[in-house]
Design a protein around this ligand. Structure first.
Ligand SMILES: [Fe+2]
Length: 481
């Protein structure tokens, strides 16, 4: 890639895991093992009947860490808070806690013959798995006052004990068979941890009291809000990429003893051809979005896709989600409550339609997911993820391509479609990703609410183009001659 310097001032859930490597495969990848298959091969690092202690203990430790993190995220919320469902796309906190617990009963404990804690719960907490029986309607999850939040806590503790006992006592062959499913369940729970936060934010946004998820404004080291410290950042720099082939996607490596997890929708790894392009060195900012609004961007049809213009007109949208415009100043509602936005922080809570129009206003376009992944490959997966405890996008810092991970998910111009050779797994677990590959767009890079260790270069998030309640922003791309 080539450093290009500054631009002109104006312009503008749920999977099946694979063992992966990010090295380009020399040959076609071997067939993926099915996590639900009873004939899965034993862990090659362990003789039959004995699991490697390090693998066993590492999985136990990770299991308890992820499960505890969910409870820690729910801890600031009262039982009444945990009951809220503000729209069909959002779920109550209590439901997230229960659904992620049901997942371990349905995919790990149940197939081994362990009866559920309460067989009545399955219909309440099955999300969308047709193969696993009937489900309570999604829009009505907020009507489930029973089980109570406390009862869900008891259920979680019991399942934690059972899974821990299983991981502790399983023989090597059994552990090898269930480890991929436990790993999948933990990645699934991490996805719901982010949803727990975005969903309670949307619920609190409906309350005129504007309650804050947490009080105190977060870590003391966060930059000041608005005012004199808020600067309109210089235009982004650009990093150029030459025309040529690129390998993208997660490659299967079935023989890996300690595998890196990837969802099935990240593979197979394959080759694409990219025309010359450039990516902006940072995410689009509040200042740039404000210029779009002040220039009448929401009323300029030439900037919009037809569906996008229909969407913003029909909903009366005049600014990104959670933004309140007062005398030209932007106040944004977040997990720390209502605050003044900085011009140099990334703009978030944009639909795909708004991101696309904003990119056009700024004289650029959205990148494709292949362009993004080629740029991100090899970069450390660090950034303003949930572990910074900022819980909001922060201004860019550093040189070169910044904010690749964290801050805000980056909308891409790529439809969420199967990669060449993609085949969903057989059985219920195959419903995790594949059946959603229509009418959605891919997002890359994670957000300030994404758990650390959950994101990677090949990770494909996906949402419908009208989605605004997630922490969604954009990075500019442009064609090069
Ligand atoms: Fe789920």
């Amino acid at each position: 890639m080539v450093w290009l310097g500054r631009s002109p001032a104006r312009r503008r859930r749920e999977p099946y895991l694979q063992r992966v490597t990010h090295a380009p495969p020399a040959r076609p990848a071997p067939a993926r093992p099915s996590p639900g298959a009873r004939d899965a091969p034993p862990d090659r690092a362990s003789p039959p009947g004995r699991a490697a202690p390090s693998d066993r203990e590492a999985l136990r430790a990770r299991f308890h860490a992820v499960r505890s993190a969910t409870e820690a995220l729910a801890a600031p919320l009262s039982p009444e808070d945990q009951q809220l469902q503000s729209m069909p796309s959002c779920s109550p906190t209590k439901w997230h806690r229960g659904h992620t617990t049901w997942f371990f009963e349905a995919f790990v404990l149940g197939p081994l013959g362990t009866p559920p804690h309460d067989p009545r719960f399955a219909v309440l907490f099955n999300s969308y798995y047709e193969a696993l029986g009937p489900r309570h309607p999604r829009p009505h999850r907020g009507l489930l006052s029973r089980p109570t939040a406390a009862e869900v806590g008891v259920w979680r503790a019991r399942v934690d004990e059972r899974v821990d006992r299983l991981l502790t006592t399983a023989d090597g062959a059994t552990l090898a068979r269930i480890a991929p499913l436990v790993t999948l369940g933990l990645a699934h729970e991490e996805q719901h941890q982010e949803l727990l936060l975005t969903d309670i934010l949307h619920a609190f946004a409906q309350n005129p009291l504007r309650p804050a998820y947490r009080s105190g404004g977060g870590p003391a080291r966060l930059p000041a809000q608005g005012g004199a410290s808020s600067v309109d950042p210089a235009p982004p720099g650009w990093v150029a990429f030459e025309e040529g082939p690129a390998e993208i996607g997660a490659a299967v490596q079935a023989s890996a003893a300690r595998a890196e997890f990837a969802f099935d929708n990240e593979g197979p790894r394959h080759r694409v051809w990219l025309a010359p392009y450039a990516l902006a060195t940072r995410l689009v900012t509040v200042g740039e979005a404000r210029a779009f609004v002040q220039a009448g961007g929401y009323d300029t049809p030439s900037l919009w896709l037809s569906d996008g213009l229909d969407f913003v007109r029909s909903h009366g949208l005049r600014a990104p989600g959670y933004v309140k415009v007062e005398d030209g100043a932007w106040r944004v509602f977040g997990l720390d409550g209502l605050r003044e936005a900085r011009d140099d922080e990334p703009v978030a809570h944009l639909s795909f339609y708004e991101a696309d129009a904003l990119a056009r206003f700024l004289g650029a376009r959205l990148p494709t997911e292949a362009e993004w992944e080629r740029a991100a490959s090899g970069a450390p997966t660090v950034g303003n993820l949930r572990d910074t405890d900022a819980l909001r996008p922060l201004p860019a810092a550093g040189t070169g391509l910044t904010q690749l991970y964290g801050d805000a998910w980056e909308w891409t111009a790529s439809a969420y479609a199967p990669y060449p050779g993609y085949t969903p797994a057989a059985g219920a677990v195959g419903e995790y990703n594949g059946k959603f590959m229509v009418n959605q767009l891919v997002l890359r890079g994670g957000s300030c609410l994404t758990p650390p260790g959950h994101i990677r270069a090949t990770y494909r998030n996906f949402w419908h183009p009208d989605t605004r309640f997630q922490v969604t922003g954009l990075r500019l791309a442009r064609d090069l001659p």
